[in-house]
Design a protein around this ligand. Structure first.
Ligand code: ZN
Length: 231
């Protein structure tokens, strides 16, 4: 095999290897992390803490309402129990009852609002819980396939890496370095010549040059500097 063919094959194999490494990285990331699921779980967690706060607030209002009702019952007992006979005292008791009742009405209104809030957060959380469950189930279903893809891609990467090492050995360090420098500077080091044109810069390659390339010499394109490969 000519040197140009060897280098072209090296380039093709390295591009494949790079692509497989990209797939491997992406697959491993998807296998370890499900962004949608994590986001839904985080949202659910924040909703759960909001729900906790709302429930606490509701319970506090329930206690306050209970407390006020107890107070009213106590005052009514006094008012109608017959133990208090002084008219002034009775009037003042009546005023107390009315004042507490007004206070109670306000608290009851707050309680109804609080219950609405709790209920709506709870409903939101329920929707989210279902979403999390669906995402989890889908991911569990997807994971074995991802694992398989990861394993097979890993094997491919190993195979391609070994192939690249073997090819580089055959090419020799000096020529491989030349190729690496070109690849680093220009993205790809080797370009095909098709219909007399360099596929790297699309300019016409003098016949003498591409004929030398066809024989397999390391020939650079006069305009873009990449190594020419003629099939
Ligand atoms: Zn060129």
């Amino acid at each position: 095999m000519s040197l140009a063919s060897q280098l072209y094959r090296l380039q093709t194999t390295e591009l494949q290897m790079r692509e497989k490494r990209r797939v491997l990285k992406e697959t491993a990331a998807r296998l370890n992390h499900n962004a949608d699921l994590t986001a839904a779980e985080e949202e659910l967690a924040s909703l759960a803490s909001r729900l906790e706060v709302a429930r606490k607030h509701q319970r506090k209002l329930e206690w306050e309402v209970d407390d006020l009702n107890t107070k009213i019952r106590g005052l009514n007992d006094k008012l109608y129990g017959g133990s208090v006979r002084n008219p002034k005292e009775l009037v003042s008791l009546e005023q107390d009852v009315q004042s507490i009742k007004r206070h109670l009405a306000g608290k009851e209104e707050q309680l109804i609002e609080a219950m609405d809030v709790t209920e709506s957060i709870d409903a939101e959380a329920e929707v989210l819980r279902q979403k999390v469950a669906t995402l989890k189930a889908a991911w569990e279903q997807e994971r074995p396939g991802l694992q398989e893809l990861k394993d097979s891609t890993e094997a491919e990467v190993t195979r391609l890496t070994e192939a690249v090492l073997t090819m580089r050995d055959a090419i020799g360090p000096e020529r491989a370095q030349h190729y690496d420098r070109l690849a680093a500077a220009k993205g790809v080091a080797m370009v095909k010549v098709e219909q007399g044109r360099c596929k790297g810069c699309n300019l016409t390659v003098p016949a003498g040059l591409w004929q030398r390339a066809r024989v397999g010499d390391m020939v650079e394109c006069g305009s873009c500097g990449r190594l020419l490969y003629v099939e």
